[in-house]
Design a binder for this molecule. Structure first.
Ligand SMILES: NC(=O)c1ccc[n+]([C@@H]2O[C@H](COP(=O)([O-])OP(=O)(O)OC[C@H]3O[C@@H](n4cnc5c(N)ncnc54)[C@H](O)[C@@H]3O)[C@@H](O)[C@H]2O)c1
Length: 249
């Protein structure tokens, strides 16, 4: 049985707890009520502190908190020799943080996992990158409320590189950074606020020596309007892969 720790006990953290009730052994959130909710879900009193998560015997820590948590807490997780699944992938748009985390993982013999999140196809894009990706674009269309905005008609609210997109929309566009990491090339991003949609739509187009790839995801938002249901399921599925004798990604 795996021992799992959760940093960030919001929507994704709760889905992890529901799916791995016996395996979640510790959690941490700056909001005490959110940690109590995890204990309720797993129907046990579990350790609720960051210090305990990094000192206890753990097989995997799931970061499902924020970009700030990746910056401040994930280095300590790796320093303590723990594998980590990072959901707030937008943090890795910062090249200094990315290389620091990779160095810590190497020095402490740990792994950093990135799940496919709110999109899919990272596996195929990563394979395509082996012969070079020439162009990678992402067009994201969301209801303005999901972007924390209120235009009353369709509007392009951002166009530019993924690293800039994530500084303007840190809670919305993690997928652009995941794509850039998989492609080994920065994705070009367009974000459209569209009051006529109530799903989170991501259209991805990739070109390289392998040929061309077009992917479209039309995701239902979760109870957290910014987060698609598929993103939480990607974390569950990755953990199931790690536990299974057959790894499908
Ligand atoms: N990779 C993807 O495709 C993808 C998709 C959706 C969401 N996400 C990211 O996953 C993360 C979690 O999403 P969610 O929907 O569960 O969010 P949420 O807002 O429901 O929950 C986040 C929780 O983390 C806690 N938290 C935030 N920063 C913290 C810190 N520094 N220290 C302690 N606790 C902290 C908050 O109090 C909150 O309870 C977000 O960063 C989100 O942007 C990634």
């Amino acid at each position: 049985m795996m021992k799992i720790g959760i940093i960030g006990c919001g929507y994704i953290g709760r889905i992890i707890a529901e799916n791995f009730k016996n395996e979640v052994s510790a959690c941490y959130d700056r909001n005490i009520g959110s940690m109590e909710k995890i204990s309720e879900i797993v129907t046990r009193d579990i350790a609720c502190s960051f210090e305990k998560i990094i000192k206890m015997d753990m097989d995997l820590i799931v970061e499902s908190a924020s970009i700030e948590a990746v910056r401040e807490l994930v280095p300590k997780v790796l320093e303590n020799g723990k594998d980590v699944l990072i959901m707030s992938v937008g943090a890795l748009a910062d090249p200094k943080l990315l290389s620091r985390l990779k160095k810590l993982a190497f020095e402490n013999n740990c792994k950093i996992y990135i799940s496919h999140g709110a999109i899919g196809g990272l596996d195929a894009i990563k394979s395509a990158s082996l012969t070079g990706v020439r162009k990678i674009t992402l067009t994201t269309r969301k209801n303005p409320a999901a972007l924390g905005m209120n235009p009353t008609k369709e509007k392009i609210v951002f166009e530019g590189p993924a690293s800039e997109a994530v500084t303007k929309f840190p809670k919305n566009i993690n997928v652009s950074v995941a794509l850039s990491l998989a492609a080994d090339k920065e994705a070009y991003v367009k974000i459209i606020a569209d009051p006529s949609v109530d799903t989170n739509i991501h259209e991805i187009s990739v070109e390289g020596d392998f040929g061309k790839m077009n992917l479209v995801f039309n995701n239902l938002p979760s109870e957290n309007k910014r987060t698609s249901i598929l993103a939480a399921l990607s974390a569950v599925s990755l953990i199931k892969n790690l536990k299974s004798e057959m790894f499908i990604y």
